[in-house]
Design a protein around this ligand. Structure first.
Ligand code: AMP
Length: 199
């Protein structure tokens, strides 16, 4: 979100797109809800269709985009290479955070139901917690239970971690250390994107 504001490009988050579909009760949302709540992965074919359509829309075509949460499998990465054929990605970033810290961060995460802004719970917040950005309700994500978080992390190791090798082998990967303050990590990410774009 912060990166997309900085670079003034659309934030294409597959998780946000799926959560919107769940809220609207579309057939996609109905099919995806159970899988998401359990921390599973929605099928590659559905995800590739969703992302291709989004990347072909005018704003993404003319201004570029930040892809967040996609690809999560090697099949998705291969399909993305086909979709972006003539306009390849500027940068692929692996934000490196140890598993125990991811677990800690996700357990404290609260999210605005309407605009998706993330917050860190410190236990002192007034209830109901109202989003500073849009006035929506700030709450737990349905899939931030410890079972679903652990399932997501297992699937990350099984299905998503192989992408490191996939992008490294073609010289496209930049690893950014994610253990630092939000401002420091943000600065590292913007430098990594700018350095990759200059290549
Ligand atoms: P996120 O907001 O990126 O954490 O995504 C929330 C949930 O949406 C994930 O746990 C998956 O169930 C689903 N999801 C999001 N992106 C993908 C993807 N690229 N492939 C499969 N499932 C996805």
């Amino acid at each position: 979100m912060r990166l997309s504001r900085h670079f003034v490009v659309p934030h294409v988050s597959t998780g946000d797109m799926l959560r919107a579909a769940v809220r609207e009760g579309t057939p996609l949302g109905q099919a995806a809800k159970q899988v998401m709540d359990a921390g599973g992965l929605v099928g590659d074919e559905i995800m590739v269709g969703l992302v291709s359509e989004r990347l072909n829309s005018d704003d993404a075509r003319t201004r570029g985009y930040i892809l967040d949460g996609f690809p999560r499998t090697v099949r998705q990465a291969q399909a993305l290479d086909a979709v972006t054929g003539e306009r390849p990605l500027d940068a692929v970033i692996d934000l490196d955070v140890p598993r125990h810290l991811v677990l800690e961060r996700l357990s404290a995460r609260r999210v605005c139901r309407d605009c998706g802004t993330n917050y860190v719970a410190q236990g002192k917040e007034r209830q109901p917690w109202i989003c500073d950005v849009c006035g929506g309700d700030v709450m737990y994500r349905a899939d931030d239970t410890s079972d679903a978080i652990n399932r997501r992390l297992d699937l990350y190791e099984e299905q998503t971690a192989p992408l490191i090798q996939y992008y490294e082998s073609t010289g496209r990967l930049t690893v950014v250390g994610g253990v630092a303050s939000p401002d420091e990590v943000f600065a590292r990410l913007t430098s990594a994107v700018e350095a990759s774009r200059r290549k």
